[in-house]
Write a protein that binds this ligand. Structure first.
Ligand SMILES: [Zn+2]
Length: 437
């Protein structure tokens, strides 16, 4: 029996009543056994981390990232989506070998964990997906990862694949990784977007995802040009097309959803599909602003994500949280997305998008021990009247002091315990230098 105790903080439980408690959070053998008040270890096999002056909360869950893209950080600034993809991102992903992909993913997971993100939905890239899973396994992060699928005839040559080889590769990855590392790693079908795939592949993904019980992760309705091309091909809006292809359900997570009609929002809600809001990425690529308050009002469950390093340019969950809370006040007024609701989206909303709301996303007895402690006594956060306010509007990712995933400490006093940060840096720089000489 091994016990991990986050001692003496202010606890945001994110339970149904948004309880805020004082005291300890304990996890025994990976599962939360105690929330609030003081906890006495039951055995001699325990670890205590001091959380004085900290907010203890569930780890952030990012439901849309591309860890493979991290080495292209700063290489694709000030561009529009379709140009950004065709001129930089696809050629870059096409040049990734196993070593570069591994270096990119380790860099991303190190940044994510140090910044308090404990779980992700990762779109991956077309080839070498095992390297992404291995990096996730080693880093200690909770990750649902897909092999990006691209079998459309006009796919960038180095990424092009046949329908069958794409499906075969996904099937192999499911066998090898879905449920691995004590179910910390899972698989998601990841057709890049409707335009990068054939109808045959998309329909088959819909069928297989249901029969194998795995998630579907795709991009949709990010950009006007993309939407026009989808309408040209199918004669209907993007979300309707996804539905007709059998891809919309409680098990699907759509990244972006920037430009949606009221009918599309209703359809998403009816199917129980999740939308991942990526505010930095949408602003930087000038795609527009996803109307999160309208989605929530329609009954759609929303999550947050940083997307990829080249369109952000970092993977900072706290930055996305703050932006999400600020951005919608412009159009919907100061009451839009109040701080507790924003935190709920960044944690439990993500857990729902990953299909794991029964396991993570809140600090409740029986859930897995994905817990972070955030220092709110920094000069930029004091004085604070409310932990919600401190976390959403004042805290930064560098304030994250301790991080646990599945009851195992992965960051202690701001030091990553699972990967050697200097090695991650050296490998990433060497691989980036090869890719961009
Ligand atoms: Zn993306």
């Amino acid at each position: 029996m091994s016990e991990l105790i986050f001692r003496n903080g202010t606890i945001l439980t994110i339970d149904a009543e948004h309880h805020v408690l004082a005291g300890d959070v304990a996890a025994v053998d990976g599962a939360i056994t105690h929330v609030g008040g003081s906890y006495t270890p039951q055995t001699s096999d325990y670890q205590i981390v001091d959380c004085t002056g900290c907010v203890i909360m569930p780890g952030l869950v990012q439901a849309h990232v591309h860890t493979c893209q991290t080495l292209a950080r700063g290489r694709a600034d000030d561009m529009e989506l379709l140009d950004w993809l065709r001129k930089v991102i696809w050629p870059y992903e096409g040049r990734l070998d196993e070593e570069a992909l591994s270096a990119a993913a380790e860099l991303a997971y190190a940044e994510l964990l140090l910044g308090g993100t404990t779980a992700v939905l990762d779109m991956g890239t077309v080839h070498h997906t095992d390297a992404v899973f291995r990096a996730a396994e080693k880093s200690g992060v909770r990750a649902t990862i897909g092999k990006c699928m691209m079998d459309a005839p006009d796919t960038h040559a180095a990424l092009a694949e046949s329908t069958q080889s794409s499906l075969d590769a996904a099937a192999k990855l499911i066998t090898r990784w879905n449920g691995a590392a004590n179910d910390r790693l899972r698989y998601a079908y990841a057709p890049r977007f409707v335009l990068s795939c054939t109808d045959e592949l998309l329909r088959e993904v819909g069928v297989q995802a249901k029969s194998k019980g795995v998630r579907i992760h795709t991009h949709a309705s990010e950009n006007h040009g993309e939407i026009a091309l989808v309408r040209q091909r199918y004669g209907v809006d993007n979300i309707v097309a996804l539905d007709q292809l059998g891809l919309l359900g409680e098990h699907s997570c759509i990244a972006h959803g920037v430009h949606l009609s009221a009918d599309e929002r209703r359809l998403l809600a009816e199917r129980g599909a999740h939308v991942c809001h990526c505010p930095s990425s949408n602003l930087k690529l000038a795609s527009g602003i996803c109307s999160v308050p309208d989605l929530i009002a329609a009954g759609v469950s929303v999550a947050l994500g940083a997307d990829g390093a080249p369109c952000n340019n970092n993977l900072d969950g706290f930055l996305e949280l703050r932006l999400a809370a600020l951005l919608h006040k412009h159009k919907h007024g100061p009451l839009a997305l109040p701080a507790p609701e924003a935190v709920r989206i960044a944690t439990l909303g993500g857990a729902r998008a990953l299909g794991q709301a029964d396991r993570i996303g809140s600090l409740e007895v029986g859930k897995r021990g994905d817990v972070i402690a955030v220092d709110v006594q920094t000069l930029h956060a004091i004085p604070t009247a409310s932990p919600w306010s401190a976390i959403v509007y004042a805290a930064q990712s560098c304030d994250v002091r301790h991080v646990a995933v599945d009851g195992a400490l992965v960051v202690r006093d701001r030091h990553l315990l699972t990967l050697d940060v200097e090695q991650v840096r050296t490998r990433a720089l060497a691989a980036a230098h090869k890719l961009f000489p």
